[in-house]
Design a protein around this ligand. Structure first.
Ligand SMILES: C[S@@+](CC[C@H](N)C(=O)[O-])C[C@H]1O[C@@H](n2cnc3c(N)ncnc32)[C@H](O)[C@@H]1O
Length: 262
């Protein structure tokens, strides 16, 4: 099986990936909230771009059937001690919040280990309610007793460290993570409308996989998962249907040492 590739096709059929070959799936699926994927936004205006466009406004049943097919494939390719991490946020439908717990419907045959709150202090503005400043990350494992979790690799300095009380100055980062959203002045920023930060994925890949493992993202976007996997000495695989995003991922991967292919 080839590794270090992003396939420019839908992840509904992962024919290129063998059963139980992936240690970690980490992804942020399309939200079905009419994000302008395939178009670029410049100074508040949507600018038409060339290439395939992904429609982020499907009928709800069509949307969930697509996710069902993708997540069924993810479960097929994940190893017995592997895990699936899904980043989603509250959706607004007709101005009303749809909380994210519907995602669990796709993982009834796995075990939920954590619901992580990702908190950030930069994002869209609104005067009609409090501005949203968190998203969720659901962590599912196949085997509730045997799974990769390298806690020592992701511990953070304890602010209230007392040498007389604690063995180590480093502590569990807990299930609330304060990590900045990718803002305009970040070097990693691309034109993708919903790019997640490298720092967020770094913690997940370090905790949930070992060097040499394969990390898979079925909705690769601008390539963040692949870039971080490569930086951390893991292999990557993924899918993305918009050519421009595949190109962006390729450019980002080019800047990381080593060989890869799309
Ligand atoms: C939320 S974005 C992911 C962004 C990514 N995490 C990043 O940091 O750039 C979801 C992506 O899924 C892609 N997509 C939607 N449906 C897909 C499918 N069936 N197969 C593969 N990619 C798909 C969209 O084009 C979009 O780029």
């Amino acid at each position: 099986m080839d590794v270090d590739k992003i396939y420019m096709c839908s992840s509904e059929n992962m024919t290129q990936i063998a059963d139980k070959s992936i240690s970690l799936v980490v992804t942020s699926p399309p939200y079905n909230i009419d994000i302008q994927y395939g178009n670029k936004t410049s100074k508040g205006k949507v600018v038409e771009s060339k290439g395939v466009k992904y429609r982020d406004k499907m009928d709800e049943n069509t949307y969930r059937s697509m996710l069902e097919r993708v997540f069924t494939e993810c479960k097929r390719v994940v190893k017995d001690d592997g895990s699936i991490w899904v980043n989603i946020k509250n959706r607004l439908i007709d101005g009303v919040i749809v909380p994210p717990f519907w995602i669990q419907d796709f993982f009834q045959d796995m075990y939920l280990k954590n619901i992580i709150i990702w908190n950030f202090d930069w994002g869209g503005a609104t005067n009609s309610r409090f501005a949203p400043r968190y998203e969720f990350i659901f962590w599912f494992v196949k085997d509730k007793n045997k799974y990769i979790f390298n806690l020592d690799d992701v511990k953070i300095p304890a602010l209230n460290y007392r040498p007389d009380r604690y063995k180590s100055q480093m502590k569990n980062p807990t299930d609330v993570w304060r990590i900045s959203m990718v803002s305009g002045n970040f070097e990693e920023r691309t034109a993708h409308p919903s790019q997640y930060p490298e720092q967020l994925i770094e913690r997940i890949i370090l905790a949930g996989s070992n060097p040499g493992d394969i990390i898979m993202d079925p909705f690769m976007g601008s390539g963040t998962t692949a870039v971080v996997a490569k930086k951390l000495g893991r292999h990557y695989l993924g899918y993305e249907i918009v050519k421009e995003y595949c190109d962006m991922a390729q450019e980002r991967l080019d800047r990381v040492e080593g060989q890869h292919d799309i």
